[in-house]
Write a protein that binds this ligand. Structure first.
Ligand SMILES: [Zn+2]
Length: 100
């Protein structure tokens, strides 16, 4: 009985060690994956920076504003006389006729 308990104790001890090593391996694998993902992200940012300039970086980094919203705001110009939003290419305000 004592021998059996001793064997169980040893088996439990060995299982604990093996489980600990498995956890260690999982943690290492996760850290390697994260490092690889981070490097991939850095590489993509560097590539888009080289290819398209700072504005594309902002589009990649910022999750808040979709690029289409910023694009719509860029092509509109506000009339100084009445405050209406007109197309950037327009020369006169479509609402009050003032020069833009
Ligand atoms: Zn106007």
């Amino acid at each position: 009985m004592v021998l059996l308990l001793g064997a169980l104790g040893v088996a439990w001890f060995v299982l604990r060690i093996l489980a600990g090593k498995a956890d260690e391996r999982r943690r290492q694998a996760r850290e390697e994956r994260m490092a690889a993902l981070y490097e991939e992200r850095e590489r993509l940012l560097a590539e888009s920076h080289a290819a398209e300039g700072p504005s594309s970086i902002a589009a990649v980094v910022s999750d808040a504003d979709p690029p289409s919203v910023a694009a719509r705001e860029i092509v509109k110009v506000r009339c100084r006389a009445c405050g209406a939003l007109e197309d950037e290419k327009a020369t006169v305000c479509g609402k009050c006729g003032a020069e833009l």
